[in-house]
Write a protein that binds this ligand. Structure first.
Ligand code: AP5
Length: 216
C-alpha cells in the first residue's frame, strides 16, 4: 500500500506518519528526515540541501527524485511524507510506480489554518543527534534541551525560524498546493481537518485511509 500525506509545514504529516508506521508496519518515507540525515552527515547532497533548507526553499527536483527511487517499492508499503512536493515530483512518482506496477492507494490532504501552523512550528524542537521531535507545548523533553532517548542536544530546526517559516508557507502555496490539484484531477483526495489533539487527528486519518490499512 502507498499513501501520500499532503499538507503545509506543521500540518502534522510527520507526527501522523510515525504513528501510522508504528501501527501498520508501513515504511515512513520522509524526504525532510532523509535530507536532515544527509546534512548531519555532511554528505555532498547534505551540503547542497542545507543551502536550500535553511531558507525554506525546496531542494531541486532532480536531487529529490534520485534520492527517493530506492524506497518507493518497499514491500512493507510506504507512507510518503513531504514527497511529492512539486508537480514534476508527482509526475515522476506516477511514472516510477507505473513501471513497478504499483498504485497510489490513497492521497490524504491535512489542512490546518496558518495561525495554528505557525504556533506549532514555533514550539517544535528536535534532537540534533537522533532527530527525535518534541514540542514545548505538549511533548517537551523531561530535561530542557536534552533528548530523552539519546541525551543529545534538543534545539529548534534552523528552518523553524520565523523568516524561513514564512518562506516555507509561500513556497507551499506556489509549488506544493498545485500537487493537490494534480491529484484531485487524477482521482480522489481524502480531506481531513488536522486540528485537535494528535490522537483525534490520528482517528480521522485512520478513518480516511480506511480499515484496510495493511502492508502491500
Ligand atoms: P520537511 O521536514 O518535510 O518539512 P515540512 O513539510 O515543512 O513539514 P514539517 O516537518 O515542518 O511539518 P509536518 O507536517 O511534518 O508536521 P509535524 O508532524 O512535524 O522538509 C523540510 C525541508 O526539506 C523543506 O523545506 C525543503 O527544503 C526540503 N524538502 C523536503 N522534502 C522535499 C521535497 N520533496 N522536495 C524538495 N525539498 C524538500 O508537526 C509540527 C509540530 O506540530 C510538531 O512539533 C508536532 O508535535 C506538532 N503537532 C503535530 N500535530 C499536532 C496537533 N494535532 N496538535 C498540536 N500540535 C501538533
Amino acid at each position: 500500500m502507498r499513501i501520500v500525506l499532503l499538507g503545509p509545514p506543521g500540518a502534522g504529516k510527520g507526527t501522523q506518519a510515525r504513528r501510522l508506521s508504528e501501527s501498520t508496519g508501513m515504511k515512513h518515507l520522509s524526504t525532510g528526515d532523509i535530507l536532515r540525515a544527509e546534512v548531519a552527515a555532511k554528505s555532498e547532497l547534505g551540503l547542497l540541501a542545507k543551502s536550500f533548507m535553511d531558507k525554506g526553499d525546496l531542494v531541486p527536483d532532480s536531487n529529490i527524485i534520485a534520492m527517493i527511487q530506492q524506497y518507493i517499492d518497499d514491500p512493507s508499503g510506504v507512507l510518503l511524507d513531504g514527497f511529492p512536493r512539486t508537480v514534476v515530483q508527482a509526475e515522476s512518482l506516477d511514472k516510477s510506480l507505473k513501471e513497478a506496477g504499483l498504485p497510489i492507494d490513497k492521497v490524504v490532504h491535512m489542512s490546518v489554518d496558518t495561525d495554528e501552523l505557525i504556533r506549532r512550528l514555533s514550539q517544535r524542537v528536535m534532537c540534533t543527534d537522533c532527530q527525535t521531535p518534541y514540542n514545548l507545548d505538549h511533548s517537551a523533553p523531561a530535561k530542557a534541551g536534552v533528548c530523552d532517548k539519546c541525551g543529545g542536544e534538543v534545539i529548534a530546526r534552523d528552518d523553524d525560524k520565523q523568516e524561513a517559516v514564512m518562506n516555507r508557507m509561500k513556497v507551499y502555496q506556489e509549488l506544493t498546493a498545485p500537487v493537490l490539484d494534480y491529484y484531485k484531477s487524477h482521482g480522489d483526495v481524502a480531506e481531513i481537518k488536522a486540528i485537535g489533539t494528535p490522537d483525534s487527528v490520528f482517528e480521522k486519518l485512520s478513518q480516511a485511509i480506511g480499515t484496510s490499512v495493511s502492508a502491500n
